[in-house]
Structure formats: structure tokens, C-alpha cells
Ligand binder design. Structure first.
Ligand SMILES: C[S@@+](CC[C@H](N)C(=O)[O-])C[C@H]1O[C@@H](n2cnc3c(N)ncnc32)[C@H](O)[C@@H]1O
Length: 217
């Protein structure tokens, strides 16, 4: 994939980048729900969920299969179209509302019992801290905000330039600007896992995981 021609300072190129990425591959992701989502959401009673950067729909479909009503968002129309097809094939299309947003510009309405941002990261300019603060604002009282972030560069990542480093979990949590007393931290930390790359190669990678529950409005 040649993405080196993108001007990484131009935020409006996010949609172009991700559309090109999805169109270049018949299928980008495994189709399996993310492990941290499974770990944190499986014990919860189904309610309403917001999946930010839903890609080809695996997480939204998994949640819908458990009875959640899901709003699933991505900037790529191609990814959303595939996600909708997969949801229909899984028999859960009626429980997922797929919406296209560039989250740096527009955001879905409503309040949700679960807001999930799994690897909502982009190699082009993306105001991620602000988007994650907007995500926190969409969590209903009693609801859970789950943010999982790459915290290392996999050998197959497109981002092999010298990296400025990744914020510690505590720093990542601080950027959310959560109002003290309104939230309870349920999990905050780094977690290592063996990941599989596009050609079947494996490597140990690190994630930062934030799970915080809104106690009050
Ligand atoms: C690294 S992928 C992660 C996908 C999926 N959540 C997962 O864990 O497999 C990031 C996803 O966020 C989407 N995305 C990137 N920038 C976005 C933006 N500004 N607004 C909405 N979605 C965006 C991309 O299209 C892509 O599907």
C-alpha cells in the first residue's frame, strides 16, 4: 500500500486515506471481536452501545448478537458497507445502526451504556484526544467507556518512522479530562499480547486499556 503521498497535516484526508485502505483489500480485519471488548462487555447486561471506528463490523456484530442495540460509526463508506453485509449475514442487522461520520467533524447523537473505541487511531491527522473526550460525553450515567490503544509499533505497521513514544496509561486517562467524582476507573494499564500480521507473522505488541464507568451525569 502506498500511503506515503498523503499530507499528514491535512485532517480532511482521513476519509480519503481510509477509503483507499479498505478498497485496496477485500477484507482488512479478522472478523473476530476485539479481546478487550469481549472481556469487559461479556459480563454486562445488554443495553445501548456506541462503537467508534467500527471498521468491518466485528465488534458491533458481536455485541448485537448478545442483544445490544449498537450504533456503529466509521469514516469509510466501504468499511460500513461491508459491516452492514456481515451484520445481515449474522442476522443482527436490525440491532445495528451504521452511521458514517468523520468523528473530527460530526458525532452520533445520544447517550450509551457502553462506548467503545478499539484502536481508534489513524496515520493521518486526527484530533484523537478531542474525539475521545467527545466519546466520554456520550456515556450514559452508569455506563462504561472502554478505550484500547496501540502502545507499541508492530513490525508490520505502516508507522515505522521513529516514534515519539506512547503516553503512559495514566497520561492517556488524564487527556480525557474526566470530571473528578463523576467516574470510577475499573481498569487502567498496559497489556501485552501476541498479534498476527498481514502475512501470518507474529509479534508481541502492547496495548493501553482504559475502562472507566460514569457514576453520575
Ligand atoms: C486502526 S482501525 C481499528 C478498527 C477496529 N476498531 C478494530 O479494532 O479492528 C481504525 C478505524 O477507525 C476509522 N477511522 C479513522 N479515522 C476516523 C475518523 N476521523 N472518523 C471515524 N472513523 C475513523 C477507520 O476507518 C478504521 O476503520
Amino acid at each position: 500500500m502506498d500511503d506515503t503521498t498523503f499530507d499528514t497535516t491535512d485532517r480532511t484526508e482521513g476519509e480519503t486515506f481510509w477509503e483507499r485502505h479498505y478498497r485496496a483489500h477485500d477484507r482488512v480485519w479478522s472478523g473476530n471481536a476485539n479481546r478487550y471488548l469481549v472481556a469487559f462487555a461479556a459480563p454486562l447486561a445488554p443495553g445501548t452501545a456506541l462503537d467508534l471506528g467500527c471498521a468491518e463490523g466485528a465488534d458491533a456484530i458481536w455485541l448485537a448478537g448478545l442483544g445490544w442495540r449498537v450504533t456503529a460509526v466509521d469514516v469509510s463508506a466501504t468499511a460500513l458497507s461491508r459491516a452492514a453485509d456481515h451484520a445481515a449475514a449474522a442476522g443482527v442487522a436490525d440491532r445495528i445502526d451504521f452511521q458514517r461520520h468523520d468523528l473530527s467533524v460530526t458525532f452520533p447523537d445520544g447517550a450509551f451504556d457502553l462506548v467503545s473505541a478499539q484502536y481508534l487511531q489513524s496515520p493521518v491527522a486526527f484530533p484523537r484526544d478531542q474525539v475521545l473526550r467527545d466519546a466520554a460525553a456520550r456515556v450514559a450515567p452508569g455506563g462504561l467507556l472502554l478505550i484500547v490503544t496501540h502502545a507499541s509499533v508492530a513490525p508490520w505497521s505502516w508507522d515505522q518512522d521513529p516514534h515519539p513514544g506512547f503516553p503512559a496509561p495514566e497520561e492517556a486517562l488524564a487527556t480525557l479530562d474526566l470530571t473528578p467524582g463523576q467516574w470510577r476507573t475499573e481498569f487502567l494499564g498496559a497489556s501485552d499480547r501476541e498479534a498476527t500480521g498481514p502475512n501470518g507473522q507474529t509479534a508481541l505488541v502492547r496495548d493501553t486499556v482504559i475502562a472507566v464507568r460514569r457514576l453520575t451525569g
